[in-house]
Design a protein around this ligand. Structure first.
Ligand SMILES: O=C(O)CCC(=O)C(=O)O
Length: 276
């Protein structure tokens, strides 16, 4: 198979130039061993992207985002031109961690990107979990992170210059997910965090976890040693497993058009793992 490792156990590129829709099995296999899979020189119309993503898992609609593609409510348009607001992509996150059953895979297609100078940055949460400070191993046993839609709701309202949706607190009440979650396909333990949604860390009994802060967790997990910076080129397809990475946009340059098409698959409830 034409797959090249870019960062061991973290990032791979499928080097064959066949359309992504023709190499679904290769993509699935690469995603078992790597958290991020890259394909280059693709042409992926919105409907084909939705159909391809459906082969990776149940497709999540983007329709509540008010910035979906005209051809498909399953394709979200991530556009920095101001035509459709970008919400939250400049904070580290794992997609839709505010749901009881958060997103599993995300597929991002570079529809309009400059030849160089724009990135998406990924943090390897399995490596970050393996190399966490020793005292955290005990402290984070059974610990739960509180993921809240609140910050997103306010950013979204600001982007759309609209009032905060009145029903958001009912639709998306805060959820608790294991801070150390099981990556079910590999059996690995991964940190499960989000600068966008994680508001606190609690023990199973709901008491604060001594010696571990939300900021400390994020600072550790996004240290340079855990990062891959994907340099976008037109026609790139980047697929990642939200159960084992966080991501964020690199620096966005005002006035430089950058349009990415995003599709996602639904996952199951995150399961706890014992810190390694
Ligand atoms: O804009 C990017 O580089 C990342 C997009 C993103 O964060 C997302 O779609 O969740």
């Amino acid at each position: 198979m034409g797959t090249t490792t870019i960062q061991d156990g973290f990032v791979a590129e499928i080097t064959s130039r066949e359309p992504v829709t023709e190499v679904v099995e290769d993509v699935r296999e690469a995603l078992l061993a790597h958290a991020v899979v890259v394909l280059r020189e693709q042409d992926l119309p919105a409907l084909a992207q939705a159909a391809f993503t459906r082969l990776l898992g149940p497709l999540e609609p983007a329709s509540d985002m008010r910035n979906h593609h005209p051809d498909s409510t399953d394709v979200m348009v991530v556009d920095n031109s101001g035509r459709t607001p970008i919400v939250g992509n400049q904070w580290w996150h794992s997609d839709r961690s505010f749901l009881p059953e958060p997103t599993h895979y995300t597929v991002l297609f570079g529809r309009t990107v400059p030849p160089s100078g724009t990135e998406t940055v990924f943090a390897d949460m399995v490596a970050a979990c393996r190399r966490m400070p020793a005292p955290w191993r005990t402290a984070l046993r059974g610990a739960l992170g509180v993921h809240s839609y609140d910050r997103l709701a306010h950013l979204r309202a600001e982007s759309h210059r609209a009032p905060v949706q009145p029903d958001y607190a009912v639709r998306f009440p805060p959820v608790r997910h294991p801070v150390v979650r099981l990556h079910e396909e590999s059996g690995a333990a991964a940190l499960y965090l989000s600068e966008l949604c994680l508001t606190g860390v609690e023990s199973e009994r709901g008491t604060p976890v001594e010696g571990v802060s939300v900021d400390g967790l994020h600072a550790h997990a996004t240290a340079g040693e855990f990062l891959y910076r994907h340099p976008w080129r037109p026609g790139d397809v980047v697929i990642w497993d939200n159960c084992r990475v966080m991501h964020r946009a690199g620096e966005l340059r005002p006035g430089v058009a950058r349009i990415l098409h995003r599709t996602t698959t639904a996952g199951g409830p995150p399961l706890p793992a014992v810190p390694p």
